[in-house]
Write a protein that binds this ligand. Structure first.
Ligand SMILES: Cc1cc2nc3c(=O)[nH]c(=O)nc-3n(C[C@H](O)[C@H](O)[C@H](O)COP(=O)(O)OP(=O)(O)OC[C@H]3O[C@@H](n4cnc5c(N)ncnc54)[C@H](O)[C@@H]3O)c2cc1C
Length: 456
């Protein structure tokens, strides 16, 4: 962990931004009544809406901006489980099959390609760790350790200096992040979901201890269950319900290159950067690091996040900017009868680091010569929601019956959200859940704090 650029006026802070997402043109108004309201039209909310329709429930999804506008469209597009730890791996493995199903149902509009992922190894210890993961989780799934010619072939012809092997999950998938939300919103709508954009949810109304309505900027919707899939906004929304969600934010920069010939296959990462080969010959590229802005919540949640910060080492840098002061000044509760914080920022993103993207392209070209022939076409930033153990928080909370959480994907939402959405739908419908829900419960944080308190 290190500090970087302690400059209160620096660019790069979080702000209302331009959408990179393919537009979803379906227009809808809120209904008077529904079975479930989903808050948020990112990958978490959309997959939940799809699986709720599958179990026959009426569902209305409210998105304060445009579907996919925040993290989902600004991401790298990897759909892989390779190297995932306990809990996450079950969701990622189950999600890959669900992505196949969405791709079948959406046709060519949804490009989910199983072109594989390659994670470069610099030491034999890393190779051993990946081999142990493969033996345990994916021995039959086509994952293997590549060396020599096989490795060079995946990397476009040469093996960069310092790389001794690569862990390859041949069946890992990739998507075009800009397109997925609009396409899945179209599928959900075709199956009967109501997807309303530019419709912020301000709060929840309860009567006799149960949810009675969801209050949106367009008016109330009567409903008995709510799924909170608000990405980086989930902590703020949950606080108004008395739920203290342990979520902080991190920022990352991505860029799109021009066409590259004979570049690396599929998606992958070297120590210097990661990539996703798009179908038109261009690449999404980004460094494997992030910055974490200090905010009032960083101090409130410091103890819970300290182990994660230590583990991530230099791959995360703490920054201070104007958002620190703003976070202390922000109102903790807003009146529900007038526009509030969710309407004030329709699309939260980060300016990113365009100059850093140019350097990244040069660094990448040193490792993989194919990138020497291209340039950066555009660069952007994204703001990611992160939990202390980087495992999402899913399911109903004991403190707020009827509220289901689907959030905290910690930079792996494309890989995990389909199974997460299915799990939430299973829980609401009272079906046997697709995967064991216990690793994802909100209560795990309380139990951990209790164990620490008891010296266990
Ligand atoms: C640079 C970058 C690279 C990434 N690369 C990958 C990758 O390769 N693979 C991978 O698996 N993951 C990746 N991720 C992470 C992935 O993008 C996220 O985990 C995932 O998109 C989170 O989905 P979500 O639905 O939870 O949140 P979001 O996509 O952020 O959606 C939440 C939505 O909720 C809406 N909302 C919030 N509050 C309200 C409200 N009160 N009323 C109405 N709407 C509301 C917001 O407007 C937003 O659209 C990356 C992320 C970034 C930023």
């Amino acid at each position: 962990m290190k500090f970087r650029r302690i400059n209160p006026f620096r660019q790069g802070r979080d702000r209302d931004a331009r959408s990179l997402a393919m537009p979803f043109t379906g227009e809808a108004r809120i209904p008077d009544r529904t079975d479930v309201v989903v808050i948020g039209g990112g990958i978490g909310g959309l997959t939940t809406a799809l699986h709720l329709r599958e179990v026959g429930l009426r569902v209305t999804l409210c998105e304060k901006g445009v579907v996919g506008g925040e993290q989902t469209s600004r991401s790298m597009g990897w759909v892989t489980s390779l190297g995932d730890g306990p809990g996450r791996v079950d969701l990622s493995l189950a999600s890959a099959a669900l992505w196949d199903g969405y791709a079948r149902d959406c046709g060519p509009a949804l490009t989910f390609r199983r072109d594989g992922v390659l994670l470069a190894c610099q030491t034999e210890a890393e190779v051993e760790r990946f081999q142990a993961w493969i033996d345990r989780h994916d021995a039959a799934g086509g994952s293997s350790i590549l060396r020599g010619a096989a490795l060079a072939q995946r990397l476009g012809g040469t093996v960069p200096q310092g790389t001794i092997a690569g862990a390859c999950q041949a069946e890992a998938g990739l998507v075009d992040p800009a397109a997925i939300a609009a396409v899945l919103a179209g599928l959900a709508t075709a199956r009967g979901a109501i997807v309303v954009q530019n419709c912020a949810v301000r709060g929840i109304e309860r009567s006799a201890g149960r949810i009675s309505a969801v209050l949106t900027e367009q008016g109330p919707i009567k409903a008995a269950a709510v799924v909170l899939a608000g990405g980086v906004w989930s902590r703020r929304f949950a606080r108004s319900l008395g739920i203290d969600l342990p979520l902080l934010t991190a920022r990352s920069t991505l860029a799109r290159t021009g066409p590259v010939s004979n570049g690396p296959a599929g998606c992958g990462a070297l120590p210097v950067a990661g990539w996703n080969a798009l179908t038109d010959g261009s690449y999404l590229v980004g460094r494997n690091d992030a910055t974490a802005p200090l905010t009032a919540d960083s101090f409130r949640l410091f103890r819970q996040f300290l182990p994660a910060l230590r583990e991530m080492g230099d791959s995360v840098a703490l920054t201070i900017d104007r958002d620190l002061i703003a976070s202390f000044l922000a109102r903790r509760r807003s009146p529900l009868d007038r526009p509030g914080p969710f309407e004030a920022v329709r699309l939260l993103a980060n300016t990113g680091d365009p100059q850093g993207a140019e350097t990244l392209c040069r660094d990448l070209a040193q490792a993989i010569p194919a990138f020497a022939s291209t340039h950066i076409v555009c660069a952007w930033g994204g703001v990611i929601d992160v939990t202390p153990d980087r495992v999402p928080i899913l399911g109903e909370t004991s403190s707020a019956p009827g509220i289901y959480l689907c959030t905290g994907f910690s930079a792996h939402g494309l890989a995990m959200a389909p199974a997460a959405g299915r799990l939430i739908a299973d829980q609401i419908a009272g079906r046997v859940p697709l995967v064991d829900p216990s690793p994802f419960s909100m209560e795990r944080f309380a139990n951990r704090a209790q164990r620490t308190h008891n010296g266990m």
